[in-house]
Design a binder for this molecule. Sequence first.
Ligand code: MN3
Length: 213
Amino acid sequence: MFVLPDLPYPAAALEPVISARTLGYHHGKHHKAYVDTLNKLLAESGDSPDSLEAVIRETAGDTDRRKLFNNAAQAWNHAFFWDSMTPEHAPPTADLATAIDAAFGDIAALREAFVTEGVGHFASGWVWLIVEGDALKVISTHDADDTVPLEGVTPLLVCDLWEHAYYLDHQNDRKGFLEAWFDTLANWSLATRQLAASRGEGDVWAYPAPVHR
Ligand code: MN3
């Protein structure tokens, strides 16, 4: 079975952009429900996969296993989202800063691209900073879809575009949420590690391995 990872910081650590109330519900109710449903579906089918990434890759695009995919991917996306934020925000440096400048011109242009992609994304989903091959890109995905099944793509950061991520704190102001998120919460240390891993230095981020009982 898969565990619900603890938040990597106290629930109030991301205030005022994300309140403790929002984070408490988001992690303790939404994320937990995805993990619980994932475990229930796996128990019913008798499967005991080696990793959550394997479940997502095997079920992506399989309409008969859409429910399993949705819950597996949402479990993964939320854990990566928690790690995509930090109360100790610091700007990108070194190789990451160089890669951002090469792809977008500067950090302000990346911010514009990230916010514009997130605001323009219709309904629920996720906005990502990824590296594909050698190039940084901003993309969005719908509903539970993520980058795990995409060959040659490493996610650097993700932000949740579902209304439950921001509605209590920002109401319908997705743009304001994304701007504040980018300016004060984005975890560029994670992005730096992911970029290095995409180049073969260290391991890419992975969901905690399942516990077999
Ligand atoms: Mn969410």
